[in-house]
Design a protein. Structure first.
Lengths: 405, 71
């Protein structure tokens, strides 16, 4: 900077910015958030302060992809960014690229230490993992009843395998009290399974969230509760990339709540096709059994015949031939006779058909209600109802006069 | 009978039918049982509806079941 020349404000701000950016540049800054304001543009403006000083800060829209932390006034943060000057206002400010909770470093250290300790103790050993049931009938879920996880799980259950009973054991899944609630809900599920309704599987779940949100699942007491639980436990905590202590202890870790549900129950359409195969197998088996019995019978019959003395077989054969031809002849004759008899009968029946005279114009007369045709007029008296049957149709009449000629 | 019990029974029947010295009458009986079970499972699956309960414990240590509805 030249002390001799006269600066414009623009030039001063520009040069000051250059110096700040090149001399200080990017850095980690620790402090507390205040004056938090979300601009309509999507940028977030706030102040970072400590006990004695403060600095204006901004997080540009889209620049927060790296951190899922929700900003709040009073929150202690550790931010990575660069120092600059906003020239139009001469404003000295910090542009944050990444914001983490201030305690994260310590949290992660504690996580690593606990993980190593429990691992040495054998809590993650494969030998301790309980096998999961093939067709679970009653499934317990330890989660928040209002969270996204329970919705995901239940919707997969009703699509894939709706024959089960689901028992929800409510627990807070984030915040100070969460770890304790999760532990007592697992205990409740165990008591319920032991005293009331046996559970085949327990799922411990919550939806995605920041590392802070998942902290409850890194609790040592929870890890021990999962380890000692008598019911097989599946964990489904956060997203695929999140690993918690609970995941390492659980009998099976599912990457997400939906996948947990898919791993827990079979798909009913798959089972239906298995059923078809089983029925097929049963059918083939029974057919082959029948064929096997048939073959055995044939073999036994042959053996029986071969055991007879050979001459006897010859005689038997001849006798059989004679018998057969005789039978055939008899059958033919009998059939002929039968046929002739039948033809005769048919002709006879045709002749005795009462409709034959009717065809020629004769008719039959009955006393109404009687089945026998009238042959003598003496059977009738005046006023009686008679019925005359023609080839086609009937006539009903009343007798007016009876004569005997 | 629960669906998993039925499935286990069906598996048992299939195994039994694989024995060579099985009398035909017995095999036929098993076959009929197997078909009936398979039909039952299919019907059960088609008609099933998810049962959901929320379990809480009262201060006296009694389990309280509440119907849980997704909507």
């Amino acid at each position: 900077m030249s002390k001799q020349s006269i600066y414009t404000v623009s030039r001063l701000n520009k040069e000051a910015r250059r110096i700040l950016e090149s001399q200080i540049g990017s850095l980690w800054l620790k402090g507390e958030i205040s004056n938090l304001a979300l601009a309509p543009s999507g940028h977030t403006y706030f102040t970072i302060k400590d006990a004695a000083s403060e600095i204006a800060a901004v997080q540009f829209k889209g620049g927060s992809k790296l951190s899922s932390l929700r900003l709040d006034n009073g929150k202690q943060i550790l931010a990575y960014g660069r120092l600059t000057i906003y020239e139009p206002r001469g404003r000295y400010q910090f542009i944050a690229a990444l914001i983490q909770p201030a305690g994260l470093g310590a949290l992660q250290l504690a996580f690593q230490q606990l993980k190593e300790r429990l691992n040495k103790e054998g809590l993650f050993d494969k030998g301790h993992k309980k096998p999961l049931p093939h067709y679970p009938q009653r499934i317990g879920i330890v989660t928040s009843p209002s969270g996204a996880a329970i919705r995901d799980i239940l919707s997969v259950f009703s699509r894939r395998w709706p024959t089960i009973q689901v028992y929800i054991f409510p627990a807070l899944v984030q915040g100070e009290a969460a770890a304790h609630e999760l532990v007592s809900s697992i205990a409740l599920a165990e008591r319920f399974s032991h005293d009331k309704t046996p559970l085949d599987l327990l799922i411990i779940s919550r939806g995605g969230g920041s590392l802070e949100d998942l902290a409850a699942f890194n609790d040592e007491q929870l890890a021990r509760a999962i380890f000692t639980c008598s019911i097989p436990i599946m964990s489904a905590i956060g997203h695929e990339i999140d690993f918690t202590i609970a995941d390492f202890v659980a009998d099976l870790r599912a990457p997400t709540p939906s996948v947990a549900a898919e791993l827990a129950v079979p798909d009913h359409t798959e089972v239906a096709s298995t059923l078809t195969t089983v029925v097929d197998t049963l059918g083939k088996r029974i057919t082959s059994l029948i064929e096997q019995k048939e073959r055995r019978l044939q073999t036994e019959l042959k053996e029986y015949i071969f055991r007879l003395p050979s001459r006897q077989v010859e005689t038997l054969g001849q006798q059989l031939d004679t018998l057969l031809s005789k039978l055939l002849r008899l059958a033919k004759e009998s059939w002929k006779k039968q046929k002739q008899r039948q033809e005769g009968l048919t002709a006879l029946l045709r002749l005795s058909d009462p409709r034959l005279p009717l065809r020629r114009g004769y008719s039959l007369t009955f006393l109404s209600g009687s089945a026998a045709p009238l042959r003598d007029s003496a059977c009738l008296t005046q006023g009686q109802q008679i019925e005359t049957r023609l080839l086609k149709g009937k006539i009903l009449s009343q007798v007016e006069e009876v004569t005997d000629t | 009978m629960k669906i998993n019990e039925v499935l286990t029974k069906l598996e048992g029947i299939t195994k039994q039918l694989e024995k060579d010295d099985l009398p035909l009458e017995e095999a036929l009986l098993l076959f009929e049982q197997g078909i009936a079970l398979a039909t039952k499972i299919k019907t059960d699956l088609d008609q099933a509806k998810l049962q959901i309960n929320k379990v809480i414990e009262s201060t006296e240590g009694v389990f309280v079941l509440e119907k849980f509805d997704l909507s």
